[in-house]
Design a protein around this ligand. Structure first.
Ligand SMILES: [Zn+2]
Ligand SMILES: [Zn+2]
Length: 110
């Protein structure tokens, strides 16, 4: 069975989709990365390599109130970046539920 390999745009984890998986996917469906919880919408699902995803956001669980929410590109663009003790850049976002400030660390994938 053919397997399509997709690289997660957030964490670079390799996601494998079998023909069976793809047969169940339709344009508009959302795939979630096992490793980083990034949500990706299927924008093309044709034959063979004809497959495209668009990153929607990263599903994050607030450590303060336990609610899940999506961190989107727009939120990241507006969020201040701070530098942690070990020199790792972190982005400060606030939980839409309880307004707690959460530090997110992203690996740059550029
Ligand atoms: Zn990922
Ligand atoms: Zn919260």
């Amino acid at each position: 069975m053919a397997t399509l390999e997709i690289v997660c745009p957030v964490c670079a984890e390799l996601l494998e989709l079998t023909d069976e998986d793809r047969a169940e996917l339709e344009v508009g469906d959302v795939i979630v990365c096992d490793s980083c919880n990034a949500e990706m919408e299927v924008t093309r699902n044709g034959a063979g390599e004809d497959f495209e995803l668009e990153l929607l956001g990263v599903l994050t669980t607030c450590p303060n109130c336990g609610e899940e929410f999506d961190v989107t590109d727009e939120m990241l663009a507006d969020a201040p970046t701070i530098e942690g003790r070990d020199g790792v850049a972190a982005t400060l976002i606030s939980c839409p539920h309880c307004r707690a400030q959460i530090e997110l660390e992203f690996e740059e994938v550029e």
